[in-house]
Design a protein around this ligand. Sequence first.
Ligand code: ADP
Ligand code: GN1
Ligand code: MG
Length: 371
Amino acid sequence: MSSIVHKHDLATIFRHFDTRADYVSGAPFGTGHINDTYRIVASQGGHKVLFTLQHVNTRIFKDGPALMSNITRISRHAVARLRAEGATDASRRALQVVPAIDGKPYHVDGAGMFWRMYVFVDGVRTYGKVEQVRHAFEAARAFGLFQRLLADLPGGRLNETIVNFHHTRSRFDTFQQAVRQDVCQRAAQVRREIDFVLAREKVCDTLVRLMASGEIPERVTHNDTKVNNVLMDIESDEGMCVIDLDTCMPGCALYDFGDMVRSATNSATEDEPDTSKVHCQREIFEALARGYLGAADFLTPAERANLVLGGRLMTLECGIRFLTDYLQGDTYFKIHREGQNLDRCRTQLALVKSIEDQADALQKFVDSVKA
Ligand code: ADP
Ligand code: GN1
Ligand code: MG
């Protein structure tokens, strides 16, 4: 851990942000697969204040300024809307960007690394795996409210921070190419997983088609609705604040609901090596549907009718991405041990199977929730 802390000179980076505070200490925080996050303790007039400092992975998010332009717009709009609705704790309910001293919403250091800072939300926690049904309800409600807050975002379409992020067909094509190239000679060992994906080629086109035909509308969506991207109040367990806004861009509601199903209903952790522990927990799914539909009350009948498909597809897509990364030599998702991306892929595929086995019952439940 400490080698990571000292990898960057956090104190110097901190001083480039307009915090009106003195750096005290900084330590790595969180378990994300993409960016590096630090919790910074500072002193403002002798009073302890906290910030979240993040090094953005620009290998993945290639246009940092475009990304931060999205996040600034979202953050301003969300805070203004919350306040207009009477919230007195908007700074705990929406991420607040701390600008750099040059006025930009980011700082690029001497080594070309891209940094940004947020107000740290205190008195909250995140769940890597849902522990109680109401956590799922709260997370889904928070993502639904987030989508509702952004429904009238002014200023035109958001920038696409990763092109074709949830274009499942394009993910499938990249996967096929990785199998063909087999640069690490790992394909033979994962034949079963490859065949599982190949057998589902057709379903990869379904959502893409529904969007292209206009049956499913484009919306401003979060696109990375993992449960641990909602900060939950420690005392009340209320879903307070949606974070990790890097992938907020034009998308569709099914991406967001689908990725909640993927991350919340799994009875095991995302990288559990024993896939016999993996299944889609029905009661968690139902809590997600209640939480999300209660908040996202604007969904069309076509969106509601395809929510389970969204879950199946986002889970399959994520499995495809982990498998592709494993085949390509683990260059995208951070790993902490050999074979971790393969284990992640296997849990996702096992979850796909479990969702498929229960699909009719799950959709029936969605249909029973009042609009
Ligand atoms: P990643 O893209 O790596 O997942 P996140 O933006 O989700 O990065 O941040 C990683 C973790 O840091 C989160 O899971 C959360 O625990 C914590 N975190 C991020 N932003 C804040 C914040 N503003 N206040 C409190 N904790 C935060
Ligand atoms: C990554 O950044 P994080 O850990 O919240 C990934 C998501 C995947 C997820 C799988 C930008 O999310 O798309 O669903 O891992 N984010 C990006 O756990 O690729
Ligand atoms: Mg995250």
